[in-house]
Design a protein around this ligand. Structure first.
Ligand SMILES: *Cc1c(COP(=O)(O)O)cnc(C)c1O
Length: 386
């Protein structure tokens, strides 16, 4: 029976425990497994190589992304590290010009030292990708909407160009989750997640996931997952499965709140710019509508110069200043000094990550309470007129 995503969230992967009938997959807190004789295992050998709780999560994320093979890691960056390990010295990646700061850091300070290079391209313009492709390029790596400016990339169009030249397309789907966007169905080869964000959803677990369709690619990733060893623990795998069950209801509220707040911000007079692909005024609006079932709940805005952004962060009462995103509680951050500090100042400025830019992960509190808090904090941060 083919199920809709709201049912897959609850019953996908391994639906409960076959042996006891427990409706939840047990936490198999074990490092190793008894072998009945030499070479006679019951399918499990050692928990880096495989663990039933992790396996349940891996099957669940594969079902949700409409892929075939899922992989769970100790963090989003452990997932990214493992995926980037598919490449070798001399290979080059084309990367979106605004991506998660940690992704930039691992490319620039870790993989570059191993001879794997990258070229930053505005991937929202597919012709620029085609121009940048040469023999050394092995993959295109995009986030859509991207971090922190919510730039939308047309995933199907990029997949077409990438495949025309036999390159892989890797998509970081953290901001939308499979509830709103399924990149494998749009032609991507590998989907990556920081499960720490919306999938876990409660700001209590760090995790990463990857999903592919292709068997050969899956075999290589499985080999690397085991060889590198950055796997997700059984307890954290359980927490992820638990979080994913409510993803649909959470995302519906997240998106409704974000839409309301983005519209309020746009006409408030407090900000000089709002980045949110759910706004008709946003350049990514049409592509977002075509490729996803919603615009997500990440909003970025540039505070008008009449207001002091440092004071704004200090004046918030309900919304928390913190790294991370995607939890039930609303969080704001300052990309220039926090999440994107690893990106050199000149590149930051060039792409629009200015000092007055504020990134808002809209939670599932009451939207009017959130608007009230933004309003009082912005007003409290008005610069004195001399
Ligand atoms: C947080 C994040 C990551 C990194 O994930 P961790 O779980 O923090 O290691 C990667 N990509 C995006 C878009 C993120 O938001």
């Amino acid at each position: 029976m083919s199920l809709k995503i709201d049912s897959v969230l609850i019953h996908g992967g391994r639906d409960g425990d076959e042996t006891t009938g427990a409706v939840n997959v047990p936490i198999y807190q074990t490092s190793t497994y008894k072998q009945d004789g030499l070479g006679e295992t019951r399918g499990w050998e050692y928990s880096r190589t495989g663990n039933p709780t992790r396996d349940a999560l891996e099957k669940l994320i594969a079902d949700l992304e409409q892929g075939e093979y899922g992989f769970a890691f100790a963090s989003g960056l452990a997932a990214i590290n493992t995926v980037l390990s598919l490449f070798k010295s001399g290979d080059k990646l084309i990367v979106s010009d605004n991506i998660y700061g940690g992704t930039f850091r691992i490319l620039d300070n870790v993989f570059k030292n191993f001879g794997i290079t990258y070229e930053i391209v505005n991937t929202s313009d597919v012709s620029l990708i085609e121009k940048a492709i040469d023999d050394s390029v092995k993959a295109v790596y995009v986030e859509s909407p991207a971090n922190p400016l919510l730039t939308v990339t047309d995933i199907a169009a990029v997949a077409e160009v990438a495949h025309k030249y036999n390159k892989l397309l890797i998509v970081d789907n953290t901001f939308l989750t499979p509830y709103l966007q399924r990149p494998l169905t749009l032609g991507a080869d590998i989907v990556i997640h920081s499960g720490t964000k919306y999938l876990g959803g409660h700001s209590d677990t760090v995790s990463g996931l990857a999903v592919v369709k292709d068997k050969e690619l899956a075999d290589r990733l499985y080999y690397l997952q085991n060889a590198i060893g950055g796997v997700l623990a059984p307890w954290d795998s359980f927490l992820m499965i638990r979080g994913i069950k409510t993803l649909g209801v959470r995302m519906d509220r997240h998106v409704a709140n974000a839409g309301k707040i983005a519209e309020w911000l746009e006409q408030s007079g407090y900000v000089s710019k709002v980045y949110y692909p759910g706004l008709k005024s946003d350049p990514g609006y049409e592509v977002q509508k075509k490729q996803a079932d919603g615009a997500g709940a990440m909003i970025s805005f540039v505070l008008d110069e009449k207001y002091d952004y440092r004071k704004f962060f200090k004046s918030l009462k309900l919304i928390t200043l913190a790294e991370s995103l995607g939890g039930v509680e609303s969080l704001v951050c300052h990309p220039a000094s926090m999440t994107h500090a690893a990106i050199p100042a000149d590149i930051r400025k060039k792409v629009g990550i200015v000092d007055e830019l504020i990134r808002f992960s809209v939670g599932i509190e009451d939207a009017d309470d959130l608007i009230g808090d933004l309003k009082q904090a912005i007003e409290a941060s008005a610069k004195e007129v001399k």
